[in-house]
Design a protein around this ligand. Structure first.
Ligand code: GAP
Length: 443
């Protein structure tokens, strides 16, 4: 199936049918802009996050992880400029009372819901922060916000990490976590949601060194896209113009992706200057300087920020991996996921489920493979062809079948199995030892 033919509906339907992603609170009619991840979605999401953490944090000597609270002192968001400025332009139709993001309207004069012309009033700025109350009694309760970006949790912990881990510049903080935005019009499945997850880095550099760091993170983001299996031709960089950049950024590149519904922002890379540390120093009254031992000077480091949405990444991965083809004269659906992020790494099957010797041997093989990775499925239901198809649709790269030859019916084939490859449907015979070695190198 050509990529153009993959629709968002196809992805949404597969995601629901096979337990990747469900609409939030579905039995109550849903809640706009929220989604729940099912068993396979959780596994895929974790694999994406783990790969990010490995590439952006664990394999580097200059990165430090944090996991900050979602609720923060509201002064954090006053300092960062979010209380006053984290807003989108909103218009309301005077006829049907529906509200829209002014900058997303195809025709600025026509309501996309009721079709009336000239019914929009003044455009006003709508703040996207979710506010709630913290405290047991009404009068003591303070308004706090659910964080709109994970970044805030890293800026307020800059001093804590400097004082406890003594990192040398340049160094960065990394965090994966939830953020909340009261989007005016959540849309396109998990693309634009109100409760989202971000994988973010705040990388602190000497002011004169920001351009080098910017290029390094830019390269790493492309490497991450490659490791996820996103096609290079579907990824595009957009240099964001001055007027469209966030208030804190002096340079931003949006990484855009060709989703089934068009080219849209996948990730962002921003040069946040010393905007945040300076603002938090001013508002908190706590010095957020760094003593540069090489010069003896106290400086406020500048920041490069690669910011990646988990949901948008997962949607790009699903859309890129989705295929429909024909195998053995039958139509099939498959997800050509990279084995490193596939939720299930392999499926093990006894040829027949009513032959105890086959079942026992298959269980033994599965146990052996689970020493490499626990996500090894078991399926002994229906005929082998159907079992393969079920795994193809969820992106399992390998299926292993144990038959009578494995048990030595043909002595030359004792302790060998059939390994079936998802994308080509090809099968090969190899020893259990070779199977273990092969899978160890790719899953
Ligand atoms: N800390 C910088 C920051 O939050 P952003 O461009 O507003 O910058 C960064 O968001 C990334 O978070 C986006 O590139 C996207 O991947 C993801 N993201 C932002 N808003 C989102 C939403 N409403 N739904 C899903 N993902 C979103």
């Amino acid at each position: 199936m050509s990529k153009e033919a993959v629709t968002l509906d196809t992805i949404v339907s597969l995601a629901k049918r096979r337990g990747f992603v469900f609409p939030g609170s579905e039995i109550y009619g849903g809640l706009s802009g929220t989604f729940d991840y099912g068993p396979l979605g959780v596994a895929l999401k974790k694999n994406i996050e783990n790969l990010w953490w490995k590439m952006f944090v664990d394999t580097r000597d200059d990165m430090y992880g944090v996991d900050a609270a979602i609720l923060m002192n509201p002064k954090v968001w006053e300092a960062s400029g979010h209380v006053s400025g984290f807003s989108d332009p909103l218009v309301e139709c005077s006829n049907c009372k529906k509200r829209f993001r002014a900058d997303h309207l195809e025709d600025a004069d026509t309501c996309p819901s009721c079709g009336k012309k000239g019914t929009f009033g003044e455009t006003r700025q709508f703040n996207m922060m979710f506010a709630t109350k913290a405290g047991a009694t009404e009068d003591e309760a303070a308004t706090v916000y659910l964080r709109p970006e994970t970044a805030g949790g890293m800026f307020v912990n800059f001093k804590n990490v400097v004082d406890s881990a003594h990192p040398k510049l340049p160094f960065g903080l990394a965090q994966i976590g939830k953020a909340f935005r009261n989007e005016i019009a959540p849309r396109e499945f998990i693309f634009r949601v109100r409760e989202l997850e971000q994988m973010e880095v705040e990388y602190f550099v000497r002011p004169g060194e920001w351009e080098v760091a910017f290029e390094e993170w830019r390269t790493l983001m492309h490497e991450f896209a490659k490791a996820l299996g996103l096609p290079t031709e579907a990824l595009h960089e957009l240099e964001v113009e001055d007027k469209d950049r966030a208030h804190y950024s002096k340079r931003t590149i949006d990484f855009e992706f060709d989703y089934p519904f068009g080219r849209k922002e996948l990730w962002g890379l921003a040069y946040r200057t010393d905007f945040d540390l300076t603002a938090h120093q001013t508002h908190s009254g706590t010095k957020l300087e760094y003593l540069d031992e090489s010069t003896g000077e106290k400086i406020i480091p500048h920041v490069i920020e690669p910011s990646l949405g988990v949901g948008r990444t997962l949607l790009a991965v699903l859309a890129s991996a989705y295929r429909e083809d024909e195998l053995g004269g039958e139509k099939r659906t498959l997800l050509a996921l990279d084995p490193k992020i596939a939720p299930i790494k392999a499926m093990v099957s006894p040829l027949l489920k009513n032959k105890p010797e086959l079942v026992a041997k298959a269980k033994e093989v599965r146990k052996e493979l689970q020493k490499i990775h626990p996500a090894i499925a078991w399926d002994d239901n229906g005929n082998i062809g159907k079992r393969y198809r079920r795994q193809d649709e969820i992106g399992t790269p390998f299926c292993v079948t144990i038959d009578f030859d494995t048990l030595g019916e043909n002595p030359d084939l004792l302790d060998t199995v059939t390994l079936r490859h998802r994308d080509s449907g090809e099968q090969e015979r190899l020893s259990i030892d070779d199977l273990v070695a092969r899978l160890r190198s790719v899953i």
